[in-house]
Design a protein around this ligand. Structure first.
Ligand code: SF4
Length: 93
């Protein structure tokens, strides 16, 4: 666990200026939902586009994490390195 300090003396985080990084989350993330099924704009997965499918997901709860998945940027942006595998990915994960 890592602790981040924010430089926000008077902002919304003034009373709680720390964010804790907790590893091992059990995530379920995809960019493969048909537009008609969601109310927000969603970019398409480049791997799904390249293969003309909708089967690839960034992280599937209890199962796997895409080899091109590099994390999440606040608030809901997927960091994707397709078509190059995430260089920080550990073997077997
Ligand atoms: S990490 Fe990239 S390639 Fe993998 S499923 Fe998500 S958007 Fe697609």
């Amino acid at each position: 666990m890592r602790l981040l300090r924010l430089d926000d003396p008077g902002g919304v985080m003034a009373k709680n200026r720390a964010i804790v990084k907790l590893s091992g989350a059990n995530m379920d993330i995809d960019l493969a939902t048909p537009p008609a099924e969601i109310e927000w704009q969603q970019d398409r997965c480049p791997w799904n586009d390249a293969e003309g499918t909708g089967t690839h997901s960034c992280a599937v709860k209890n199962v796997s994490i895409c080899p091109y998945f590099c994390g999440i940027e606040y608030l809901d942006t997927v960091l994707c390195c397709y078509p190059h595998e995430n260089p920080f990915r550990k073997a077997g994960r």
